[in-house]
Write a protein that binds this ligand. Structure first.
Ligand code: ZN
Ligand code: ZN
Length: 334
């Protein structure tokens, strides 16, 4: 099979992903072989490539995968050949540790990430345990469904963890793949959404999707925020968000890694009055399942920009520069 392979940590500008011919993977017991049709690109891949979240090397990246079941391993019962399935960031969890037993498999001591600890979706085929694959609702095309699996599912977890309630004000800092889905859920839940981004095109998309105000990260919104979600990879945003957070409000940090340090926080100005900061790590299968159903019910309309598999380096450079509108998706051709 053709795959884009990362062999060593490098700045993305050096275009480190290499197109290679790899042997087709073979499904083990209770695993499925998936013929990939589309795979979304994600900021986490930049963190892996550039070494902030070092993957096992060499690795096939990609954790927002949609394709069809091509082969069944022994003992599989959930899927039939040809079924459309999705694969997300959670590739496996042990099922035995105290986190798994408490329903927090995202924090599992043996957590394995797709395209990080196991080969992922920048390829024509991949394998996964049938227990960690999802049925994709009919109404989404393959490409449209990819951002639902990370940008969407993680965004849903961010929203739940933010504690937002109907009619409250929500601030979104950064407006990429995840935020453009989160705003649609928040509007569906009756929230007022303010979007903070430097990009004019992202502000336009935010307004089209129902933002009642848009501005830059340092700007003052018309009202204080009950909850805020920070999708940006930079530390300064934490200060900007805390400054406009309402008393008792919660700021959720959605990224796996920040590119630079969070500046010192003035306790009296930024944290006192019972303000909270919470990070989000990984997703559970329940997050993905609940979100896919909700996305179909609303329905979410993901905006996608397509690239060929071989263009993965260029697509990720555009992502780093904040130049992708909605979500970037790699399409596999036969
Ligand atoms: Zn992701
Ligand atoms: Zn576990």
């Amino acid at each position: 099979m053709k795959a884009m392979v990362l062999k060593e940590i490098s700045p993305i500008e050096k275009e480190p992903l290499e197109i290679m011919d790899l042997p087709d993977p073979f499904p083990g017991s209770k695993e499925i072989l998936v013929k990939i049709s589309a795979c979304g690109i994600c900021h986490t891949e930049l963190d892996e490539i550039e070494g902030r979240l070092p993957p096992k090397l060499p690795i096939v990246l990609g954790h927002q995968i949609v394709g069809r079941v091509e082969k069944l391993g022994s003992g599989g019962i959930r899927f039939n050949l040809g079924d459309r399935v999705g694969i997300a960031w959670i590739h496996s969890a042990c099922g035995k540790c105290h986190f798994c037993r408490e329903g927090k498999e995202n924090l599992c001591l043996g957590f394995q990430g797709t395209g990080c600890h196991a080969n992922g979706g920048y390829a024509q085929f991949t394998v996964v345990s049938e227990d960690f694959a999802y049925v994709i609702p009919e109404r989404f095309s393959d490409a449209e469904a990819t951002p639902l699996l990370c940008a969407g599912a993680i965004g849903y977890r961010d929203l739940i963890l933010s504690g937002i309630k109907k009619g409250q004000t929500l601030g979104l800092f950064g407006f990429g793949a995840s935020a453009h889905i989160v705003i649609q859920v928040a509007k569906y839940w009756g929230c007022e959404v303010f979007v903070f981004t430097r990009s004019e095109t992202h502000r336009d998309l935010a307004k089209n999707l129902g933002a009642s105000w848009t501005g830059g990260p340092e700007d003052k919104p018309p009202e204080k925020l009950h909850c805020a979600i920070d999708f940006t990879p930079v530390g300064e945003t934490v200060v900007h968000a805390l400054r406009v957070l309402e008393k008792g409000g919660r700021l959720v940090l959605a990224v796996i890694r920040k590119r630079n340090l969070i500046p010192p926080l003035d306790y009296a100005q930024l944290l006192w009055d019972e303000k909270e900061i919470k990070s989000v790590a990984n997703i559970t299968r329940k997050d993905a399942q609940e979100f896919l159903a909700l996305a179909a019910e609303i329905p979410i309309i993901p905006e996608v920009q397509e690239f060929k598999l071989e263009e993965a380096n260029q697509a990720l450079i555009l992502l780093k520069q904040g130049k992708i509108q909605g979500a970037g998706v790699l399409r596999m051709l036969d």
